[in-house]
Design a protein around this ligand. Structure first.
Ligand code: C2E
Ligand code: MG
Ligand code: MG
Length: 649
């Protein structure tokens, strides 16, 4: 047979099928072959009595019967234990021929012995019987070529050669016939075996082809499954697959488990500033890290963007929190990408089954809400769902819906808080602050600005603020031509239409650029500074001044302030509040740097005379706070200005 190393996989598969069919054919013919052989042997042994040969014949018959018994046991084993299994055809064929070949040799020995002690009738009868068996074997053993040829040839040939060498012509003739018959049988059994193999080949070739087609179909089906169920970037399951796996888990699990909503921190910044390739690598590596922890990858998925979901089976709240903390640690380890080493964090929200929710949708939503609130509390931490979060969430959604109609329903208005010079308490500018009256409630900006940013409403709201602030400032009389400071969210600043919105606000109000100041909150530094720097330049080219709001609460570094050429810094009111303690040192440090980097400083939240005096002593340029005035309704600005100077120290 061709060595297996040279066969292709389909040839190997074909050979496997042929061998199995060959074994089935051989074993299928076995019983009739053995029975005929045994009857013939018994007939020959017990019909002719000759004292010279009887004892040999009896021993021989016993030996042959024993061999046949063993072969019958083998056939029974085959029929009961092997036949209907995925058996190894080659092994079965070998096993079968191990029984057949000794049978052939025994017959040959018998015949040789008989030719020595012949009685002519017995010899002729034996010869005819054995010749008939040799003829039959050509067909019965056709499934194994060499055994068929050996068997057909060995039965008659040794004795025939012996006869050919004898003195008697009659015996010589018998010998000649025997040898000729053996040769003919040799050729016939070869042809018969070739024919059988050919038949088996054709039969199985179709089978292999069908099998290969089936495999291809299966491969395609698998590919389609992968395309529709796996996330191509990370190789994790996608949303659809995860939901259906979770559904199955819920149907079969009575045990509690935890669902983790994992959101990477700082991913967007890397994606936006360093590029999508780096972002992709981080997502892939994060997915790989999560795989290590997931006992069942069916219950791990990329939910979308930089969000992953993972189920921790059979886990209580404490364990889930412990594991989540370890996950955060692992996800926060540095990522080595092609050109750099990058780090992200992760915030995790946990929902427990069945405690928090019993359906897959609710579970995912609860874990999502928990993550969302946790992120507001502090990044790279773990939060467990509770029912108040639901209330907060639906409150937020209500606000969001209401906010979309707030401009149209004229629920928004601006109030103006004066900013004064620390030297003489004279007003130098007004900060425009947004107010929203929803039915009877005043919703504080700290509550709704975040929602507006999150749901993309800030663009429309922000544009309205800019336009309205400019229009109202333009109505102030010439003596009161103070600048108006407008708060702008970083999201607005990043918008490519931002500058045209500014231009539109200025031109529609005819306000000059000098009279517009823009306040950007400190989170600016978490965003892509190149876009921000560009926008600031464009603003300054219009003579608009730019300040950093809530300085000290967020991310800013003073060097970035210098790089961005910021005009003013507004020290957060929390430091003014702490003037008696460490606020003093911090403000004094800021003043130092302000003088060397050449920017002006405003202190927010000045509530007392003492604070105002202290800040003035520290050299803070401008002051703002309730001590001077609460934010004023637009119609009150005028009267405030007329009574303002005498009020202060
Ligand atoms: P901000 O820009 O730092 O505004 C100052 C906030 O401090 C205002 O709160 C103001 O009313 C308050 N405040 C002023 N003086 C004092 C004081 O002496 N003591 C105390 N306790 N508070 C004082 P408000 O109006 O509630 O605004 C909160 C924040 O909402 C603002 O902080 C600003 O970040 C944001 N915001 C307000 N209006 C807008 C807007 O039109 N656009 C954007 N993007 N954000 C806005
Ligand atoms: Mg402000
Ligand atoms: Mg502020």
């Amino acid at each position: 047979m061709t060595p297996e190393v040279f066969l292709t996989s389909s040839e190997l598969e074909l050979e496997k099928y042929i061998q199995r069919d060959a074994a089935a054919l051989l074993y299928g013919n076995a019983v009739s072959g053995i029975v005929i052989s045994w009857i013939t042997a018994s007939f020959l042994v017990f019909t002719f009595n000759n004292p010279a040969t009887d004892s040999f014949k009896y021993v021989w018959w016993c030996g042959l019967s024993l061999l046949f018994m063993l072969r019958i046991v083998d056939v029974i084993h085959w029929k009961t234990k092997v036949q209907h299994t995925e058996f190894d055809g080659e092994k079965a064929v070998k096993r079968y021929i191990t029984g057949v070949n000794p049978t052939g040799v025994m017959w040959a020995v018998y015949l040789v012995f008989i030719t020595k002690y012949n009685s002519s009738v017995e010899l002729t009868t034996t010869l005819i019987a054995i010749a008939a068996m040799a003829g039959g074997s050509a067909t019965i053993l056709a499934a194994h070529k060499y055994t068929a040829m050996f068997y057909a040839f060995i039965l008659l040939s040794p004795a025939s050669i012996g006869l050919l060498l004898s003195e008697q012509n009659a015996l010589k003739l018998l010998g000649f016939l025997g040898v000729s018959y053996s040769v003919v049988m040799l050729i016939t059994s070869k042809k018969s075996a070739d024919f059988t193999r050919n038949t088996l080949f054709l039969k199985n070739e179709n089978k292999v082809l069908v099998h290969q087609m089936e495999e291809k179909v299966e491969q395609r089906t698998r590919k389609i499954y992968e395309l529709s169920n796996l996330d191509s970037l990370t190789g994790l399951y996608n949303r659809t697959a995860f939901i259906s796996h979770l559904e199955t888990a819920l149907a079969s699990s009575a045990k509690p488990f935890a669902l983790l909503f994992i959101d990477l921190d700082g991913f967007k910044k890397i994606n936006d500033s360093i590029g999508h390739q780096a972002g992709d690598q981080i997502l892939k590596q994060s997915a790989d890290r999560l795989k290590i922890w997931s006992l069942d990858t069916k219950l791990l998925c990329r939910w979308g963007g930089d969000e992953f979901l993972m189920v921790l089976a059979d886990t209580n709240e404490n364990d889930a929190v412990d594991i989540s903390e370890q996950l955060i640690e692992m996800l926060s380890e540095p990522h080595h990408t092609e050109n750099s080493v990058l780090s992200v964090g992760a915030t995790i929200g946990i929902a427990l089954y069945p405690e928090h929710a019993k359906t897959e949708d609710r579970l995912i939503q609860s874990a999502d809400i928990a993550m969302y609130y946790q992120k507001k509390q502090g990044r790279s931490t773990v939060g467990v769902y509770n029912e108040q979060m639901d209330e907060l969430y639906s409150y937020e959604l209500r606000l969001k819906d209401a906010l979309t109609k707030a401009i149209e329903k004229q629920q928004l208005r601006l109030v103006f808080q004066p900013i004064v010079s620390s030297k003489n308490s004279r007003v130098v500018a007004f900060e425009a602050l947004l107010r929203w009256q929803l039915d009877d409630d005043n919703i504080p900006p700290d509550e709704f600005i975040g929602i507006a940013e999150q749901y993309g409403l800030i663009h429309e709201v922000g544009a309205w603020v800019l336009k309205t602030a400019c229009v109202q400032a333009s109505r102030w009389s010439i003596e009161q031509a103070f600048p108006v400071c407008v708060n702008v969210s970083v999201i607005q600043l990043q918008d490519e239409h931002f500058i045209s919105i500014i231009d539109e606000a200025l031109s529609s109000s005819s306000l000059s650029g000098e009279r517009l100041h823009i306040e950007i909150t400190e989170s600016v530094f978490a965003a892509d500074t190149s876009i921000i720097a560009n926008r600031i330049k464009q603003l300054q080219s219009r003579k608009i001044k730019v300040s950093i709001d809530d300085f000290g609460t967020g991310y800013s570094s003073l060097s970035v302030i210098q790089d961005l050429a910021i005009n003013m810094v507004k020290i957060d009111r929390s430091f003014v509040n702490k003037l008696n303690t460490n606020g003093h040192a911090i403000i004094s440090a800021v003043m130092h740097i302000a003088s060397s980097l050449d920017f002006l400083v405003i202190a927010e939240g000045v509530e007392t005379e003492a604070q105002a005096k202290e800040l003035q002593k520290l050299g803070v340029h401008y002051l703002q706070g309730y001590y001077y005035s609460k934010p004023l309704e637009v119609e009150d600005v005028n009267s405030y200005l007329t009574q303002e100077p005498q009020k202060y120290y």
